[in-house]
Design a protein. Structure first.
Length: 621
């Protein structure tokens, strides 16, 4: 029934246009005669008038058929633009050409020669006016009599902004009206696009938002750098308006600009990091066609590793994870996305030497990405033996198995908390790095570590926690007003991990450039604003004090390590610190054994291995 009604409406609309065109076609014909004789009706020779009248029926039918062939009755005229105008012109010219051939050359009907071009001009004018007049009236009625839920400011008056304004203007589902635009281009300021005035540059954003009572701001600058977007967002935060942004052009499907592509401003936009660039052929050279194993493959970093590796055509991808739900979810995702991928998902603990040796013997991986680890700092402070058993013991057993089974590359995912650690988790990661460097000296396997800071959106990171607290109405809890952290998105970090693997020769600790550090308090304020609230007024921020083992700031490099550049400006190499590998590995075995026995002096034992560990006088649990 609904389809019938829809078809009926379409039929009525087309019938109306055809009837209207019949009138306009004949009006154009007689108007051409009138203008030829200076609008003096009595001066038109009778034979000319009779000639045009006698051919009127044929001319009308011919024009209607031509219009139908040019699909003038299939267009949605509320979206009419330059393409529709071109179509009208071509259809009218073809119709006029047929009229000329039939009347002048075939039927030998004599009318003034100027009649033919004049009739075409009038026809183009009348048909165009009829179509675009509908669009104009519709737009005018929406602006004057429509009900709007939002008043919109467009930032970026280029092609993308023009497209968005046009779509919002004719849209029935966008309950908003564009009232002004902003652009830094001085040539555009004061001009109009789609009837919307460009009122100034970015420095006028706050003033214009207040003057025009703006409720929503849309940033339409898909080719702008991340730095510029961040600067504009910083200004927009002062307006209290809801923010939407058009993704970068590289993110848009087929580079098409549409309202449907608009998304909410994310915290990543406020960081202002430029997209990470990697050498894809170089990465594929060492990954494609290889058997690859990822431990902790269901976790935040591990699952993204699996996603990016799956695109690079490995011979086989093996996921090892102790948490069956995580393993199941990534398994289903990859099977749906890459049905041709040879995917193996195994439930196993890296603590289990026998299980790890069996897996490596059975599947013979050539590359291992070791992402399995406990990483929650406060939890590991409460359970230090578990941190050692899983992080240190798991890494040692995995590295030993890789050495025994001739794995080509072993890449450890490390942390900036390993540098001058003040907590058990960071100290355990530093020991993992030492294990990697020790094995490198005695093995043909290329053992390397990649060290980076916090990743946005990972399990247990501050972003999901803050969002949850905001949803509950606050307060948002921050440990200290001056605490800072380095941040990177998970896909960015993983892309650089893959690139570092291409540079690996063995024994390196790769350090990722995390950009500028971010104040956590400022991050919390930005998230509150992005959620439509005002910090301190709608949602408060509470400072709870530094947690056990927590630093005010993280370091990515120890003084002794120095720094060496690579071909990628975001990847550096820390110089290996000299160590007695056999002694280190022996102490690691003893530490793992002590952890299994739930040693109460585990922190003191950690301190022996990691002299830079800032041991505090705390009771060990």
């Amino acid at each position: 029934m609904r389809q019938f009604i829809k078809d009926k409406k379409l039929f009525i609309r087309r019938l109306f246009l055809i009837i209207l065109d019949v009138l306009l076609i004949n009006m154009a014909s007689f108007s051409a005669l009138l203008i030829r004789f200076d609008f003096r009706l009595g001066q038109i020779p009778t034979n000319y008038a009779e000639a045009v009248l006698s051919y009127a029926v044929y001319n009308t039918i011919t024009a209607i058929v031509v219009f139908a062939l040019f699909r003038l009755y299939n267009s949605l005229w509320k979206y009419a633009g330059i393409d529709e105008l071109s179509n009208i012109i071509f259809a009218c010219v073809v119709s006029g050409g047929i009229q000329l051939i039939v009347m002048h050359f075939i039927l030998r009907i004599h009318v003034p020669r100027s009649y033919y071009p004049l009739s075409v001009l009038f026809l183009v004018a009348l048909i165009s006016l009829s179509r675009f007049f509908y669009r104009y009236i519709r737009r005018l009625s929406r602006r004057n009599f429509g009900t709007y839920q939002s008043r919109i400011m467009i930032i970026g008056a280029g092609e993308a902004g023009n497209s968005i304004i046009r779509e919002i203007t004719v849209s029935t589902y966008v309950k908003g009206m564009v009232v002004c635009a902003i652009d830094d281009d001085k040539d555009k300021q004061g001009s109009y696009i789609q009837g919307i005035k460009v009122v100034g540059d970015r420095h006028k954003i706050v003033e214009a938002a207040e003057k025009y009572e703006i409720t929503d701001i849309i940033i339409t600058m898909p080719t702008a750098s991340k730095r510029i977007i961040r600067e504009i967002l910083d200004i927009c935060k002062g307006t209290g308006c809801a923010l939407k942004i058009l993704p970068g052009m590289y993110q848009l499907i087929n580079e098409e600009v549409s309202v449907t592509e608009l998304r909410d401003v994310e915290i990543e936009d406020l960081l202002g990091r430029e997209p990470v660039k990697t050498d894809l052929p170089e990465i594929m050279n060492y990954v494609s066609g290889k058997v690859i194993l990822v431990t902790g493959g269901g976790g935040s970093i591990g699952s993204e590793l699996c996603r990016q590796l799956a695109k690079l055509e490995p011979k086989q991808l093996i996921i090892v994870d102790i948490y069956e739900n995580n393993a199941y979810f990534i398994q289903q995702e990859l099977r749906n996305e890459y049905p041709e991928l040879d995917l193996i998902v195994l439930i196993a603990s890296v603590r289990n030497s026998n299980r790890m040796n069996w897996i490596l013997n059975c599947y013979k991986p050539e590359i291992i990405y070791h992402a399995a680890a406990h990483k929650h700092v406060p939890l590991m402070e409460e359970s230090p033996n578990e941190a050692i058993k899983n992080n240190v013991g798991g890494t040692y057993k995995m590295a030993l198995a890789a050495h025994k089974h001739g794995v080509k590359k072993f890449i450890l995912i490390s942390s900036d908390k390993a540098v001058n650690p003040t907590n058990v988790m960071g100290a355990s990661k530093r020991i993992c790095e030492m294990i990697i460097q020790a094995f490198h000296k005695k093995s043909d396997t290329e053992f390397v570590a990649v060290r980076f800071g916090n990743v946005l959106g990972s399990n247990g990171s501050v972003i999901p926690l803050f969002k949850e607290q905001i949803l509950r109405g606050g307060p948002v809890t921050v440990t200290h007003p001056d605490i800072i952290r380095y941040f990177m998105t998970i896909p960015e970090a993983v892309a650089l991990v893959l690139q570092a693997g291409a540079y690996a020769k063995g024994g390196e600790i790769f350090v990722l450039d995390m950009g500028e550090p971010v104040r956590i308090a400022e991050l919390a304020e930005n998230l509150i604003r992005l959620s439509g609230y005002e910090p301190g007024r709608d949602i408060s921020i509470e400072y709870t004090g530094l947690r056990p083992g927590e630093k005010l700031y993280e370091e990515l490099l120890m003084k002794e390590e120095g720094l060496q550049e690579t071909a990628n400006k975001l990847i550096h190499i820390g110089k290996p610190i000299e160590m007695e590998e056999e002694l280190i590995l022996k102490e690691v075995e003893e530490l793992d054994k002590a952890a299994k026995e739930e040693a109460e002096d585990i922190r003191i034992r950690i301190k022996r291995l990691v002299p830079t560990y800032a041991l505090k006088d705390e009771k060990t649990i």
